[in-house]
Design a protein around this ligand. Structure first.
Ligand code: C2E
Ligand code: MG
Ligand code: MG
Ligand code: MG
Length: 289
C-alpha cells in the first residue's frame, strides 16, 4: 500500500514537472514573438535625491504587455528568457530602448538598466552599450548598469575584464540588491563599482527593529568609506525616507515616492515634476510629428 502511494506521488510529481516544462516552452514561444510584436515595454521608476526629494534618475523595469494577461512582471518571464538565448535579444533591446528614451529627458537625469548575468556572459556587452550610446547620442555618464552578485560568482577574472570595458566607456556600474549575496563586502573591494543599491529587505526591516537600523547605518557608512554612491531601494514610508536621509544615504527609490511608471504616467511625471521640462515637451512634440 505504502508503495502504491509512493508511486502515485511520484507520478504526480513527474506530471507536474512536465507541466512546468510545457509552460516554460509555451512562454518561450510567445516571448519570441513578443519582441517582434513590440509587446515589451519599459516602465520607469524615479530615484530621488535624499536631500530634497527631487528626481535624479529613473530605473527601467521591463514589463510584458501580454494581449491576454496584461502587464506581466519580469519575475515571470526573465528566468524563461535566461533559460534560452532570448535574454540576449531582450537585454540588447532594453539597453537600446532605455538610451533612446533617456536622451529626450532633461540632461541631469540618469537612466538605470538591469543587466542579466546570463546576458553579460553570453555577449559582448560593452559593444552593445557602445552601440546604444552612439545610436541615441546619450552621454555615457547618464547610463547606469545594474548587476547583481550572481554575476560575480563565476570566472571573476573574465567579469573584471568585461566590467572594466564597460566602465571605460564612462557608464556607471551599480551593484543591485546589495547585502543579499554571499560575500557582498569582498565583491565590493574586488570589482569596480560606482554605486550600491541597498536591498529593500533592509529598508523594510528598519521600520521594526534597532538591529536592522544599525545594519543600514553600517552599510551606508561602508559605501561612504569606499566613496560609492548609495541608493536605498523599497522606500515605502515617510519614516524610512527620513531615517535614510539622516544617515546621508544619497538616493531613495520606492513606492513612497512613485511606483514604476508606464509610458503615459512617465510623460506626465516629467511634465509635472521635473524642472526644465520645456525640453521634454519639445522632444515629445517632435516625436509626434
Ligand atoms: P530590481 O532591479 O531590484 O528592481 C526593483 C524591484 O522592486 C522592481 O520590481 C520594483 O517594481 C520593485 N519596487 C520598487 N519600489 C518598491 C517598493 O517600495 N516596495 C516594493 N515591495 N517593491 C518595490 P520589478 O519591476 O517586478 O522587477 C523585479 C526584478 O526583475 C528587478 O529587481 C530586476 O532584477 C529584474 N528586472 C526588471 N527589469 C529588468 C530588465 O529589463 N532586464 C533584466 N535582466 N532584469 C530586469
Ligand atoms: Mg535594479
Ligand atoms: Mg534591487
Ligand atoms: Mg532584485
Amino acid at each position: 500500500r505504502a508503495k502504491d502511494d509512493g508511486r502515485c506521488v511520484y507520478r504526480f510529481f513527474e506530471s507536474e514537472m512536465d507541466n512546468a516544462a510545457r509552460e516554460r516552452r509555451m512562454i518561450e514561444v510567445e516571448l519570441r514573438d513578443a519582441i517582434t510584436k513590440g509587446e515589451l515595454v519599459l516602465y520607469y521608476q524615479p530615484m530621488v535625491s535624499a536631500e530634497d526629494e527631487q528626481p535624479v534618475g529613473f530605473e527601467a523595469l521591463i514589463r510584458w504587455n501580454h494581449p491576454g494577461r496584461g502587464p506581466v512582471p519580469p519575475a515571470e518571464f526573465i528566468p524563461v528568457a535566461e533559460h534560452s538565448n532570448l535574454i540576449v535579444d531582450i537585454g540588447d533591446w532594453t539597453i537600446q530602448q532605455a538610451c533612446l528614451t533617456a536622451v529626450d529627458w532633461p540632461e541631469h537625469l540618469t537612466v538605470a538598466v538591469n543587466l542579466s548575468a546570463k546576458h553579460f556572459r553570453r555577449s559582448d556587452v560593452a559593444q552593445v552599450v557602445q552601440k546604444a550610446l552612439n545610436q541615441s547620442g546619450l552621454a555615457p555618464g547618464r547610463l547606469e548598469i545594474e548587476i547583481t552578485e550572481g554575476l560575480l560568482l563565476e570566472d571573476p577574472d573574465e567579469v573584471v575584464r568585461k566590467l572594466g570595458e564597460l566602465r571605460a566607456l564612462g557608464v556607471i556600474i551599480a551593484m543591485d540588491d546589495f547585502g543579499t549575496g554571499y560575500s557582498s563586502l569582498s565583491h565590493l573591494l574586488k570589482f569596480p563599482f560606482d554605486k550600491i543599491k541597498i536591498d529593500r529587505s533592509f529598508v523594510h526591516a528598519s521600520g521594526e527593529d534597532d538591529v536592522a537600523r544599525d545594519i543600514l547605518k553600517a552599510i551606508v557608512a561602508l559605501g561612504r568609506t569606499l566613496q560609492l554612491k548609495i541608493t536605498a531601494e523599497g522606500v515605502e514610508t515617510r519614516a524610512q525616507a527620513m531615517f535614510l536621509a539622516e544617515l546621508a544615504c544619497h538616493q531613495l527609490q520606492g513606492y513612497y515616492f512613485a511606483r514604476p511608471l508606464d509610458p503615459a504616467e512617465m510623460l506626465h511625471y516629467l511634465l509635472t515634476r521635473v524642472p526644465g521640462r520645456a525640453g521634454v515637451v519639445k522632444a515629445e512634440a517632435e516625436r509626434q510629428l
